[in-house]
Every structure is written in structure tokens, then in C-alpha cells.
Design a binder for this molecule. Structure first.
Ligand SMILES: [Zn+2]
Length: 189
């Protein structure tokens, strides 16, 4: 019942090719390079299947299933792929959407916005400015003072507790792979 059915879709279905637009049905992003890049092989090993799917294949986790949806501890939410700080727990709010929601960023430039016309909708996609990981979408119906709602997949985030480096976030959904890869959140560049 968890996101594990996605696992089978992802792991072995296709060889990794580096052509920019190899998928006939997938979104075709204009080629862009990011300051930090990782080999697909390394990322695939390090991330859980859902983390890989969301951040690398622009997927979306099931609503109310992500580990940070109702997470309320003080700290910072970082990109799960590269460790860049993205959101503070101070700007997290309960939007009722089923995904972690924030009304502001730690740093304006930490996220890159782009148009997303998938699924017949126009939405604003949010991407990590460091490594290009897909995070979620930005909407204009958030609370004051910004009016913004960053609707972010838990699978894109690594939580860094305010007090210590030891994260209090447990791996409720994804097992040991998550705790080992997420606990530190930092990556050597
Ligand atoms: Zn990143």
C-alpha cells in the first residue's frame, strides 16, 4: 500500500541514456546544467526509490504519505540530493494538501522556478538551484505575509534538526535506506 509499487517502475525499466529528450511521453526540459551534479548511478544507490523518482524523474509522492507532511520539529529542510538548505521549519504550515507546505524560502536563490505544463495544467515547478532536483510546485494561495505556497514532496527533503546533527526524523515509511541517507543531509562536494 505504500509507494513501493513505484519501485518496480523505476528500477530496471530503462538503460540510462544521456540524451536530453529520450522519452516520447515525458516532459522535455530544455537542457540546463546545474552547479552540482551527481552520477545517476551514485544517486540511485544513495536515494530510496521514491526519492529518486521524485527528484530525478519529476515524480510526485502520494498525498499524506510523505514522512514530513505532518512533521513539526524545529530545523531546516534541505535538498535530499545535494544538501542545500531550502526551507526553515518556521515557514512550514499545514495546507491540508497532504504535502509539506512552506510559505517562504531560506534563500530566494536556492530554488529555481520554471513553467510546467504537464497534465494539461499550468503550474510553476520548483527545482533545487544547486543540483536540479525536482522538489514540487509553487502556488499563489499561501498564507501571509508572502501569499506563497511551496508544495514540496517529502521525498525531496532531508530534515536537519535545529539542535544537533542527529536528525529526529525517523524512517517511518522507507526503512533503513532512508535513515542512513537522510540523517546527515550533507554531501561532500
Ligand atoms: Zn539539490
Amino acid at each position: 500500500m505504500s509507494g513501493f509499487n513505484l519501485l518496480h517502475l523505476i528500477t530496471k525499466s530503462q538503460p540510462v541514456t544521456l540524451r536530453s529528450c529520450s522519452l516520447p511521453t515525458g516532459p522535455c526540459r530544455t537542457k540546463k546544467t546545474w552547479p552540482v551534479s551527481f552520477s545517476q548511478e551514485e544517486i540511485r544507490k544513495r536515494l530510496t526509490p521514491i526519492q529518486y523518482h521524485v527528484t530525478q524523474e519529476r515524480g510526485t509522492e502520494s498525498a499524506f504519505r510523505g514522512e514530513f507532511t505532518h512533521h513539526k520539529d524545529d530545523g531546516t529542510y534541505a535538498c535530499v540530493v545535494c544538501g542545500a538548505s531550502l526551507f526553515s521549519s518556521k515557514t512550514k504550515f499545514d495546507s491540508g494538501s497532504g504535502w509539506p507546505s512552506f510559505f517562504d524560502l531560506v534563500k530566494e536563490e536556492s530554488i529555481t522556478l520554471s513553467d510546467d505544463f504537464s497534465y494539461g495544467m499550468h503550474r510553476v515547478e520548483t527545482t533545487c538551484s544547486q543540483c536540479g532536483a525536482h522538489l514540487g510546485h509553487l502556488f499563489d494561495d499561501g498564507p501571509k505575509p508572502t501569499g506563497k505556497r511551496y508544495c514540496i514532496n517529502s521525498a525531496s527533503l532531508a530534515f536537519q534538526s535545529k539542535d544537533t546533527a542527529s536528525s529526529t526524523s525517523s524512517s517511518t515509511a522507507t526503512g533503513e535506506a532512508a535513515s542512513s541517507s537522510v540523517s546527515n543531509g550533507k554531501t561532500e562536494f
